[in-house]
Design a protein around this ligand. Structure first.
Ligand code: G6P
Length: 598
């Protein structure tokens, strides 16, 4: 998991690459490096650490040159250190490259190359590629052919940017199962793992597909197939995100900014899909066998959708962790199956593998995605975009609530097709952005509350029905960024084990809106109180206030839609606890925004 960027043009490559790397740090940040053509060969500077520190120490941005490549790394093979940092080179130092992904057959390739006299410096899988190209160059007519032949020998996922000292007017980019997009400028061209890396310079982009490579110069770009070197015609797409949208806009962290963007994001998710959702509903209504596949936060959105589909439509839905589905569903997926893949990035390796399995078995695939043009969208039959805008904080916030929103829209659209009267729900959904706005006003109170909780060792989150996913998501947010142990569970499950862990002062967050199961929640809260647990309750009733230690007052709305609004205070709680404990909520340790390896 890494972020890569490449530049060629009249600008100062060092500065452009460093600016781009900073915008890609959400993809990985344990080490970084650049390779720049300084006119005296290719100069490489790299090391372990964050981009800013390394730039200060090694002067990435001060290197002279008009073409270069760079990477910010999240280690997969080889610990994060100076040697394993990218770029990597061949023996001659004339070929340098950066990589995002995993080369599955690197050990076998490495052995063969060592037998042929190649010397390896790092423990990475990446370095093999540079030596492999060097080897192929011995018997190829030109560099491009050598590259293509080397690529044909690789197994695994790879987005690559490659610079070769022997061809000063070009760079090479490759995509296979890891994201890569070209940025087309005037007299300069870019490539990166994600658009914000170069958005300051151009919003005209070309998305590469798996099995493609590109050659870019200052005034040209060509996309070709790895398989046979044939040219592929690609359309230039214009991205409407402004750079401002991808920056912090005055908030101390991206995560807080993104939490506050939710009223708008939810509005965009509703209005951006309103016209087309009926068509999607019609396309999938006939399916009775439905799997939802996703990972992490998106998985929780899937669980919510399951409750909704069962409750509103009487449809049986199975929600599966995509990393399990990909290895267990072979015999149960067929052409009568609908697979809904929820993935904000559209690039999560396990979710893409689940989609591919579904397609191979003839199933219909609907993806719910935030990133336009991402791989999931290209593999699927149908796509619903969540329209949350770029999310930089590693912990998903607005992409989650917009996933919930579009799943609610979809379930409602199907219900409507079947003649179910959903006017109350519809009207309530339109009120949700405003209600989230209201709930954000609890920010100060939640920050205060966090001060008294920051030494807690364990947290529990309980909910029922639609809010079991809310409990799971609240606990996940806390774990991810505050590093406090947290468990989310159905309130009914409490008595089957976790209650043994409740003792005096242990915080238990109870998600308890009015509705069918409110009384049951109150009983569970009392079970916790009897063990002197500390109850933080989210709800809209006086009765709840009486049984809780801290009451977070929530607006009233139909229980089906409460998860969208109730997620927000839980995000704020996790955020403030993380900050109070001295953590960077945008870049939690050991985690990455988009997990593009298995
Ligand atoms: C990573 C991120 C999570 C995200 C999960 C799934 O673990 O840190 O925030 O929920 O991947 O990502 P996806 O892009 O498929 O929604």
């Amino acid at each position: 998991m890494c972020g890569i960027i490449a530049y060629i043009g009249d600008g100062e490559a060092g500065k452009i690459l460093v600016d781009g790397l900073k915008r890609l740090e959400y993809r990985g940040y344990d080490s970084a490096g650049v390779a720049i053509d300084t006119g005296e060969g290719i100069t490489i500077k790299k090391g372990a650490g964050r981009v800013d520190e390394l730039n200060e120490m090694l002067g990435f941005s001060k290197l002279p040159g008009k073409r270069g490549i760079a990477q910010t790394r999240w280690a997969t093979h080889g610990e994060p250190n100076d040697v394993n940092a990218h770029p990597h080179t061949d023996c001659s130092g004339r070929i340098a490259l950066v990589h995002n992904g995993i080369i599955e057959n690197y050990l076998e390739l490495k052995e063969g190359l060592m037998e042929r006299g190649h010397t390896f410096k790092s423990e990475t899988d990446t370095e093999v590629i540079a030596h492999l190209i060097e080897e192929e160059l011995k018997s190829s007519e030109n560099f491009e052919e050598a590259l293509r032949r080397a690529l044909l020998k690789l197994k695994g996922s790879f987005a690559l940017a490659i610079i070769y000292a022997g061809e000063r007017d070009r760079l090479y980019l490759v995509r296979n199962e890891s994201p890569l997009v070209l940025g087309i400028g005037e007299g300069e061209n870019f490539a990166a793992s994600d658009v914000p890396a170069f958005l300051e310079y151009t919003n005209r982009v070309v998305f590469l597909d798996d099995g493609e490579y590109a050659v870019i110069g200052k005034d040209f770009y060509e996309v070709k197939r790895i398989e046979d070197g044939e040219r592929v015609e690609k359309e230039i797409q214009e991205i409407s995100w402004t750079l401002d949208m991808a920056e912090k806009a005055g908030y101390p962290h991206f995560m807080l900014k993104e939490i506050y963007e939710q009223p708008q994001a939810i509005k965009d998710a509703i209005y951006g899909n309103m016209e087309t959702i009926g068509e999607i509903a019609r396309a999938i209504d006939e399916y009775e066998k439905i799997f939802i596949v996703a990972m992490g936060t998106s998985y929780h959105a899937g669980l919510y959708a399951k409750y909704l589909f069962q409750h509103l439509l009487g449809k049986v839905v199975l929600v599966e962790d995509a990393s399990e589905f990909r290895y267990s569903a072979e015999k149960v997926v067929d052409e009568n199956t609908l697979v809904i893949a929820i993935t904000q990035s559209g690039e999560t390796a396990d979710t893409l593998a689940a989609i591919k399995l579904a397609k191979a078995k003839g199933a219909k695939v609907l993806s719910v995605v935030n990133v336009v043009g991402s791989m999931a969208t290209r593999l699927s039959d149908l796509v619903i975009y969540t329209h949350a805008g770029p999310e930089i904080g590693v912990a998903a916030t607005k992409t989650y609530t917009t996933q919930l929103t579009v799943m609610a829209l979809l379930a409602m659209a199907i219900a409507e097709l079947r003649g179910v009267n959903i006017s109350t729900l519809k009207e309530a959904l339109l009120r949700v952005p405003g209600l989230v706005e209201e709930v954000l006003k609890h920010d100060g109170a939640i920050r205060e509350l966090s001060k008294s909780l920051k030494e807690a060792r364990d947290f529990f989150y309980i909910g029922r029905s639609f809010n079991v996913p809310t409990a799971l998501e609240g606990a996940l947010k806390l774990k991810e960024i505050s590093y406090i142990h947290a468990e989310g569970l159905s309130a009914g499950e409490l008595k089957h084990g976790p209650l043994a862990l409740i003792e005096e002062g242990v915080p238990v967050v109870a998600i308890a809106p009015s509705g069918r199961l409110f009384e049951k929640m109150v009983s569970n809260i009392k079970e916790v109180s009897a063990r002197k647990g500390f109850i933080i309750a989210l709800g809209d009733s006086e009765e709840l206030k009486k049984v809780s230690d801290v009451f977070v007052e929530m607006p009233s709305l139909p229980e089906e839609l409460t998860p969208i609004v109730y997620a927000v205070p839980l995000q704020l709680l996790a955020y403030h606890l993380a900050v109070l404990r001295g953590n960077d909520p945008d870049k939690p340790r050991n985690l990455a925004k988009s997990v593009t390896v298995e």
